[in-house]
Design a protein around this ligand. Structure first.
Ligand code: GLY
Length: 407
């Protein structure tokens, strides 16, 4: 399909997604399929532009059109293979699968090297995790189990959390809200032949994060600094946010998603309640189009950059939440909000279309450092693909009186 036809197709799909409540007979599956199809075609084209399989797309700044590549130890290395696995899951295309295998393999080194930081979870779970889920390849499982053990070496039992960023000596023991996402690897490993202690570490980490990084008003600190000897909480810090007490958008969404699956894995109602409260706080403060500014408290709003990556993570987290809450109204609320975010991301306001190689525009990485501001960033594309696939699957299984957003 030429690029102009594709743009028209995707724009039509954005319209279909936003107006789907009006059509009685539409197939819920086909709402999402054309977007996934167009995304998959774009992803296929990008595979051919990256010649070296141990270089991974990370960013496209506004003045560029092609991905800047990073090495395997970069925290973002796992997202591109993860995107390939999602595109393969949707299309069944063997060429995409082959590329997914080739880009996944080099990440193995992360699992068997000294742990640099908590990002092992992002690197390995997005690549090998999706690969294992889709292929059942036992060699992938081995790498994931090794990665979980490596991640667990960063656990400090005095604090009760993983030391997220050992390379930052200014905080002797720090734990960031993003780290919630990487508990999924530990929960998975404990259930799949790994040490049962990995479950305890993940549960305790979530508990301590809930106690200190979640503020009384249900916004979140980006980083908690702890005394590594006594375990005492010292202070909450903004780091990637605007100010220590501000609400950094992506951090809030890591929390929504992380506490939702921590409930799924442990059954602990306080984790579910935390995810709900974080989600409600986020929804309360969202701008009209459903995509947050990079930090909810930037005084430059509305003249501040947006963060499409946060909207994509929020969509995944709220789709997860919609399957966990028992109350039908709440199921619908989180499902419909997630669908709204996906619809907006699938519109010309956020889709990159022919602008560059990425799927989405307008994400913000590290605003205080003026790094990756209003850019295309690989994790936005990863969680966008995940959200589309999650929506597709939920559309296929939803019951008339249950998750159906038309009720
Ligand atoms: N440190 C991960 C993020 O930027 O969200």
């Amino acid at each position: 399909m030429n690029i102009f036809k594709k743009i028209i197709t995707v724009s039509c799909v954005a319209f279909m997604l936003s107006s789907c409540g009006n059509s009685k007979k539409e197939s819920t599956t086909s709402e999402v399929d054309p977007v996934l199809q167009a995304n998959t075609e774009k992803i296929s084209q990008t595979i051919n532009t990256i010649k070296v399989r141990d270089s991974f797309p990370r960013t496209i700044l506004k003045e560029d059109t092609q991905w800047e590549l990073v090495g395997v130890r970069d925290w973002c290395s796992g997202f591109w293979p993860g995107i390939l696995w999602y595109a393969y899951e949707f299309s069944g295309d063997e060429n995409i699968k082959q590329a997914a295998v080739e880009f996944t393999d080099p990440i193995k080194t992360v699992a068997y090297s000294k742990a640099l930081d908590h990002d092992i979870g992002f690197q390995v779970y997005c690549s090998f995790g999706n690969g294992y889920r889709l292929t059942g390849n036992e060699a992938y499982k081995k790498v994931m189990l090794a990665a979980a053990d490596t991640l667990a070496t960063l656990y400090n039992p005095k604090v009760g959390t993983i030391h997220s960023w050992p390379m930052k000596p200014e905080y002797p023991h720090n734990t960031i809200i993003d780290n919630m996402m990487n508990l999924e690897l530990l929960f998975w490993a404990a259930k799949n032949g790994g040490d049962k202690r990995l479950y305890d570490i993940a549960e305790r980490h979530a508990e301590v994060t809930m106690k200190y990084l979640v503020r009384p008003d249900y916004s979140t600190y980006h980083l908690g600094s702890f005394d590594d000897e006594t375990g005492e909480f010292l202070r909450g810090v903004a780091h990637q946010g605007y100010a220590d007490d501000s609400m950094w958008a992506r951090g809030q969404t890591w929390g929504i998603y992380g506490f939702a699956f921590s409930y799924r894995e442990t059954g602990r109602k306080d984790f579910l309640e935390t995810s709900i409260k974080l989600a409600n706080k986020y929804l309360e403060r969202l701008p009209e189009d459903g995509v947050p500014f990079w930090d909810f408290d930037d005084p430059k709003i509305p003249n501040a950059p947006k963060d499409a990556s946060a909207a994509a993570v929020a969509a995944c987290g709220m789709l997860e939440l919609s399957t966990l809450v028992e109350d039908k109204q709440l199921q619908k609320k989180y499902f419909n909000e997630a669908k709204r975010f996906i619809t907006t991301l699938s519109s010309d306001a956020y889709l990159s279309n022919a602008t560059n190689e990425a799927l989405l525009l307008h994400s913000t990485g590290h605003h205080p450092r003026n790094s990756e501001v209003d850019a295309s960033i690989i994790y936005a594309d990863y969680y966008y693909m995940e959200a589309l696939l999650r929506l597709k699957k939920l559309n296929e299984i939803r019951k008339p009186e249950g998750l159906n957003p038309k009720n």
